[in-house]
Each structure stands twice: as C-alpha cells, then as structure tokens.
Ligand binder design. Structure first.
Ligand code: XMP
Ligand code: MG
Length: 179
C-alpha cells in the first residue's frame, strides 16, 4: 500500500489471535445452542469470514446491509435497510458481527430493530470500537480492540470503497483524504 498508509494499527497476527480468543468465548457461551451470526455489510465481511472459521460451534450465517443517513463520514442514527435478513430470527440465538463501532448510533438502531423480531437472545461482536466516539451506551459482549478516535481502513473497512482488502487495520496518511 506504500505511502498511503500512515501506520498499521492492528496487524494481521493480532487480528488472528484476537478472533481465536473471541471464538473460544463464543463457543463456550453458545455450547449446545443453535447460533445465527449476522454480518453487517460491507465492512464485516472479513470479520465474519475469519470469525466463522475460528468457531467450533456450528452456525448459520446471514447478512444485512444498512445505510445511515448523514453528512459525509458522520453517522446520524437514522438508518435505512438496504438488504434485510433472509432468516426469520424469532426464537433464534442471534449474534451481530460488526467491523467497527464508532458513535454506536447505527448499531443501536439495529439492536432495537432486531429485538422487535423476538430473538431468543441478541448479542454483539465487534472487531473494533472507538470508545471516545461513543454517543450511545451499548452493551457489547465481544470486543476485539478499543482504538483511538481516528479514521481507520483495511480488513473490511474502506475509504471511498478502497482498502477493504488489506489484511490489517491501519490509519490513512493525511494526503490520501486531502489533509
Ligand atoms: P456509527 O457511528 O453509527 O458508525 O457507530 C458505524 C459505521 O460507520 C463506519 N465507520 C468507519 N468506517 N473507518 C471506516 O472505514 C472508520 O474509522 C469508521 N468509523 C465508522 C462503519 O461502516 C461502521 O459500521
Ligand atoms: Mg459497518
């Protein structure tokens, strides 16, 4: 990626080790249960793929795509469903898998939307969280890394749809976004 990246924040090795840790917790918590993991497109694609393979618990997988109305990179909390689940989650154990929780507004909306469908349980797993950016208090059971309030890319996360395929999470050099 050359000079576009300022620094590697979370290496591929750190991601792999953390997902193995989280998978072990999830295996223990859902032992003997029927688990549906729900990835939030597009950012959670990498986390879903790697977490799912780290789990021993058999799971089914589904996807949602949501768009948050708001100016630029800021989330407004007003959310529109672009792609809904294919699965009826009533009575199911559901684990939402996210790439990153920033303000938490999108996830907060998603949690209330999915709870209204009557799942047996509803929890969240996120690879990254920015505690300083939180606008709502959300109980997230499985958190990979708390990171500083900076814009990050890679491992599913994009800047203008680029960098999603980087195997690590990094910060962008200011010249890339016009800084
Ligand atoms: P909120 O603020 O509602 O937003 O928690 C969550 C969504 O915003 C995107 N997001 C980012 N995307 N680098 C990105 O590439 C970031 O640093 C970043 N912070 C938030 C992301 O889609 C997330 O689901
Ligand atoms: Mg996302």
């Amino acid at each position: 990626m050359g000079t576009d990246l300022e620094q590697v924040l979370v290496s591929k090795e750190d991601i792999d080790a953390k997902l193995a840790e989280l998978a072990a917790l999830i295996d223990k918590d859902y032992d003997g249960k029927d688990l549906l993991i729900v990835g939030v497109l597009k950012g959670a694609v990498m986390v879903m793929a790697d977490l799912a393979r780290a789990l021993s618990t058999p799971v089914t997988m589904d996807w949602m795509a949501v768009s948050s109305y708001g100016a630029g990179t800021k989330s407004s909390g007003v959310v529109r469903i672009l792609k809904d689940l294919d699965t009826d989650i009533q009575g199911r154990h559901v684990l939402i898998v996210e790439d990153i929780i920033d303000s938490g507004l999108t996830l907060s909306w998603l949690l209330s939307n999915l709870s209204s469908r009557g799942p047996a349980s509803l929890q969240v797993c996120t690879l990254l969280r920015k505690p300083e950016a939180a606008k709502v208090d959300i109980d997230v059971k499985y958190v990979g890394f708390d990171i500083p309030n900076e814009f990050v890319v890679g491992y599913g996360l994009d800047y203008a749809e680029k960098y999603r395929n980087l195997p690590f999470v990094g910060t962008l050099a200011p010249h890339v976004y016009g800084g």
